[in-house]
Design a protein around this ligand. Structure first.
Ligand SMILES: *Cc1c(COP(=O)(O)O)cnc(C)c1O
Length: 422
């Protein structure tokens, strides 16, 4: 792709963009009466205008039908979660009965670890990324302690080579091979939240399985951002939140994937609740947990309908566009951002892009390390109407989202940034 550093060119890309009209389906925050440049959809996605109507419908139903709402109306609450199966399966490359929308991300991670981290004998180790998102670190650490082991001895962290910022697939694989006798689990992000690196989930899954371990991914930054094919990759489990790229409301409901090969495995330990019990018998209040076949059998509780309604509205947009089109624009938009930054000679001296250059190894995010004065730079661009993300000690993460960001915004972002770099 040949790009040009002109406003006219950015506008031409927008005019040719098949997704250009989707921006109008979102509320864009304003600052001093002007729309901000919102490059923070990797932290909290913008509100789709369609959310309010669906949430209000459920409020009305609660108002008018109260408890009857569980079994009456268009989308009875009793089966509300079932509407998500098909669209979510398409989103993450799964079979419908392999996915479930429930709880929040960290809760789902714990539930999956209960089932898929089963240390026994010498096989007690976990391989993960160094510097993983803190919630993931704490979940792993506490699960290891729960089984009576010492996290420092059991958790092996993958770190980049000296002088490098991202992990090499060959190093991940060789670490797995090296620990194959003691390995119980490989659990890491599918896309690292800090560097924006996408991992080769298929290669990692193959290597983990060859070593006799289970393999799971936290897809918080991958779901709704990159193409996923969890079923074909044979991933054992995955979890994600829906408030980042999936625009489904702050703290909204989360997702989980459990591969079909585990669908009927009642030998796996799990923490159970009534919503995971055989549906036909749920209200018989009988003793003895019998899980529903597939991912539904991991549900604990009845669904938070208002959050589910927000997710439904947001997901409808993804389902209409399709992940292929989202991903195609993502590559072009992030590619344009990279081009703009790299075509500026001042940038070289002041900023290092640590996200991989290869479009297959990244999504809609570039992480910029600012060599000096990072915080001041971040504050200056924030005051000028850019909403990005600051990570101590020196990183600015920018994430242009394909559904609501434009090439013109990328152009203007570069203009603002370079204005403060002189
Ligand atoms: C955003 C994020 C979380 C947040 O977890 P919640 O349970 O949604 O609060 C956890 N892990 C990763 C990798 C994340 O990116």
């Amino acid at each position: 792709m040949m790009f040009e550093n002109t406003l006219a060119f950015a506008r031409k890309l927008d005019a040719e963009d098949p997704l250009k009209n989707y921006r109008e389906q979102f509320y864009i925050p304003q600052q001093n009466g002007k729309e901000v440049i919102y490059f923070c959809g990797n932290s909290l996605g913008l509100q789709p205008k369609s959310v309010r109507k669906l949430v209000e419908e459920e409020l009305e139903k609660w108002q008018n039908l109260a408890v009857e709402g569980h079994f009456t109306g268009d989308n009875p609450w009793f089966t509300y979660h079932k509407q998500f199966k098909e669209p979510v399966a398409r989103l993450v490359g799964a079979l419908p009965h392999e996915v479930i929308v429930m709880n929040n991300l960290t809760t789902n991670l714990h539930l999956m670890l209960v089932s898929f981290y089963q240390p026994s004998g010498k096989r007690i180790k976990i391989i993960t990324e160094k510097g993983a998102f803190p919630s993931d670190q704490y979940a792993l650490e506490s699960q290891v302690r729960y089984h009576g082991h010492n996290p420092d001895e059991v958790i092996i962290e993958l770190a980049p080579r000296e002088g490098e910022c991202t992990l090499r697939t060959e190093d991940i694989i060789s670490t797995i091979e090296q620990h194959s006798q003691e390995l119980a689990l490989v659990m890491m992000g599918g896309l690292n939240y800090y560097t924006g690196q996408v991992f080769d989930m298929q290669a990692i899954t193959d290597a983990g399985h060859k070593a006799g371990a289970y393999v799971g991914f936290d897809l918080a930054h991958a779901a709704g951002n990159i193409m996923l094919d969890l079923h074909a990759w044979q991933v054992d489990f995955a979890v994600w939140c829906t408030y980042k790229y999936l625009n489904s409301s702050p703290g909204g409901v989360a997702g989980a994937f459990i591969h079909e090969k585990h669908a009927a495995n009642t030998q796996l330990p799990r923490f159970a609740g009534w919503w995971g019990h055989r549906e036909e018998e749920r209200f018989q209040m009988k003793k003895g947990f019998i899980p529903i076949y597939g991912a539904d059998g991991w549900q604990l509780a009845n669904a938070p309908i208002l959050l589910m309604a927000a997710h439904k509205a947001a997901l409808a947009i993804f389902d209409e566009v399709g992940m292929e089109a989202v991903s195609r624009k993502s590559k072009k938009l992030t590619g344009y951002l990279e081009y703009m930054l790299k075509s500026n000679p001042v940038m070289e001296k002041r900023i290092q892009i640590i996200t991989p250059e290869n479009p297959a190894e990244r999504g809609s995010q570039l992480s910029l390390l600012v060599k000096e004065g990072g915080k001041q730079l971040f504050e200056a661009i924030s005051a000028a109407g850019v909403i990005a993300d600051w990570r101590e000690p020196n990183a600015i993460r920018v994430a242009p989202a394909p559904l609501y960001n434009s090439f013109e915004e990328v152009f203007r972002f570069h203009e603002i940034l370079s204005g403060h770099l002189r």
